[in-house]
Design a protein around this ligand. Sequence first.
Ligand code: FES
Length: 322
Amino acid sequence: MNPTETLQLRVRSITWEADGILSYELRAEPPLKELPVFDAGAHIDLHLPNGLIRSYSLLNRSDERHRYVIGVNKDPQSRGGSRYLHETLRPGDILTVSAPRNNFPLEEGAPLSVFIAGGIGITPIFGMIQRLRTLGRPWRLHYAARTRKQAAFIDALQAMDGRDGAEVHVAYDREAGGKMLDIPAIAADLPGNAHIYCCGPVPMLDAFEAATQALPPARVHREYFAAREAAATEGGFVVELARSKRSLEVPSGKTILDCLLSDGIEPPYSCQEGVCGTCEVRVLDGVPDHRDLVLSEAERATNQRMMICCSGAKSRKLVLDL
Ligand code: FES
């Protein structure tokens, strides 16, 4: 499947997982027998009937070909994505879904994988843990939630504690006598050659980035659900589209993606916040002003790729492979 193709999937079931969190099992409809493969850590984009496109991590086992399962937190600040899924979508409905993409891959051969999850950030990590269990590889989880009732998959995870060397540590910060995860201590205690992963709210990820700064980047993995900085809308540069041989002026107040869409060009995109990677484009010339949370520092420095939903230009001209 190419990135612009979509699947029509049936909502087979909706399950309560915790206060405010539902999981959705999506199945292939005949004649489609098997879904596109995915690796642990991957996400899919849902194209909702209200026009929104939203990304959700796959949490089921990556060797399953008959279904995708996602978990959705009902966000009180919802701009219509999680609210639609919680309040309108019903079992039996058909959803338009992209093929899986993976910005948060699991290093399956690591001698130890240490996970830090905050709230709904448990979803990709739950999929990774299932993969490591299948492979018989060791792992540790540090899971933060406000309360036990808000901790999705907590019973399943606690049942894994101590099995095959796995460790599950839980911190509830809004319970009586509760505590926060000590992320600097977790990072400082990381055994040599272990890989460390974090997915959760922005303050948790900021603490994670600070605590893991001294570690080799190849052993540190994180996934953001929301933007950390504003999109580049300063404008004042030209975008040349090498394949379609067109050129656009990006004015102040607009992103590159805004300008492409208003010119009738429809590149793939989803979150519009620089977190999902769907809008990634090859840069053939010029210097992007990177504002996404998908590319690593090393990838940013090469200036070979950029996310056009949020990143702008430091040069007067950008030439894109579009
Ligand atoms: S649309 Fe998600 S990173 Fe650009």
